[in-house]
Design a protein around this ligand. Sequence first.
Ligand SMILES: Cc1cc2nc3c(=O)[nH]c(=O)nc-3n(C[C@H](O)[C@H](O)[C@H](O)COP(=O)(O)OP(=O)(O)OC[C@H]3O[C@@H](n4cnc5c(N)ncnc54)[C@H](O)[C@@H]3O)c2cc1C
Length: 187
Amino acid sequence: MIGGIKTNMKGETGIINLYACGETACLGLHGANRLASNSLLEGLVFGYRVGICAGESVAKRKKAFKISNKFKDEKLKELDMEDIRKSLKSLMTRFVGIERDRETLLEARKEIVFWSSYVLRRIFSTPEGWELQNMLTVAKIIQESALFRKESRGGHYRKDYPAENDIKWSGKHIEFSIKDGCRVGRI
Ligand SMILES: Cc1cc2nc3c(=O)[nH]c(=O)nc-3n(C[C@H](O)[C@H](O)[C@H](O)COP(=O)(O)OP(=O)(O)OC[C@H]3O[C@@H](n4cnc5c(N)ncnc54)[C@H](O)[C@@H]3O)c2cc1C
C-alpha cells in the first residue's frame, strides 16, 4: 500500500478526535509520493505539530473523554484467528501482490468479505483480535483500490492494464471511505 489516512495540515482525520501523522498519514505535503529521505523529517515536523494541535483540542474540551475499558469478550472457540491471519497474508501475496489482475482481485475480494463477516462484527478484548480486524480492513482497501485503478503506475502493476493512463490518473489518487468506497481524488 502506498498512501495513508487522509489528514489536513493539523493531522485531523475524517473521524473526530482521531489524528494521524508520520508514516501512517497522507498529508498530500509531498504531492503524489514522498521523495527519499523526506519521511523522517515529515515525522519529526508533523509529530510535533499534530501533537500540539491534538493537545490544544483536548484542553478545550469541557468534558473528559469516555473510554470504556470493559470489552465484551465473545466466545472465540469457533474462530481460529491464527488461521485467518496466515491465510490473509498468503492471499494478499498471491492475489493482490506484485502482479495482479481483475480475476485475482475479485477472488481476493470474495475471501476478504467472507472472513470479515466473521471477524469485523465481533468485540474483542485482545490486541490479536483488533490487529486481525485492522489487517482485514487494510487488505480490503488495498484490494478495492487495486481493482478500481485500471492502469499500471509505480509500484502498482495490473497485468490486464499494463500501461499508464495519464488522461484518467495523472495528478489523481484514490480516496477510500467506508461510506463511498473508492473514488478519484486530486493530489
Ligand atoms: C527500509 C526502510 C528504509 C527507510 N529509509 C529512510 C531514509 O533513509 N530516510 C527517511 O527519511 N525515511 C526512511 N524510511 C521511512 C521512515 O523510516 C519512516 O517514514 C518513519 O520511521 C516513520 O516514523 P513513524 O513514527 O511515523 O512510524 P514508525 O517508525 O513505524 O513508528 C510506529 C510505532 O508504533 C508502534 N505501534 C504499532 N502498532 C501499535 C499499537 N497497536 N500500539 C502501540 N504501538 C504501536 C510501532 O511499534 C512503532 O514503534 C525508511 C523506511 C524503511 C522501511
